[in-house]
Write a protein that binds this ligand. Sequence first.
Ligand code: NI
Length: 180
Amino acid sequence: MASDLVRFSVTIPQTLLTEFDAYAARRGTVANRSEALRDLMREKLVEEDLRTPEEEVVGSITMVYDHHTPDLTRKLDEIQHAYIHEIVSAMHVHLDHNNCLEIIAVRGKGEAVYRLADCLLGVKGVAHGQLTCTATAGVMRAALPHLHDHGEHDHHAHDHDHQHAHHAHDHGEHDHDDHA
Ligand code: NI
């Protein structure tokens, strides 16, 4: 695994580095310049993937609402039943007499996941809501390239090139292998 790590040098202003180190330090457990930078890079890549409707994304939809709002819970249920393939799991917390917190784990093509979030968060009475995508299949593969290389050690170097060049195309192949 260690051989997958590469070092590179970056030239940036001292003040920017000082600010970045302070940011990394605020992150507590990952008070490490390299880890903080890796997180930022992954975050940006996830953001980019979200703009590709065909890319698979995983994440969560969080929303808060007053369950007394007429017709609200029925509408939310109806929408969720229409997206059973994208919804992995849901947690409902009764916050107080009026308010409910709902956290829905989602997984699917960016296009469908975004549409689901828009539908739920657009329902009248949903006071606060947000879709957060934490990872995508593409980013997970870039972070952990060996997970998908089982049985392919003879063509190890080639696989790496192939993954980066055709990373969307790899989904089907690997999904098929995994479930076979
Ligand atoms: Ni509730």
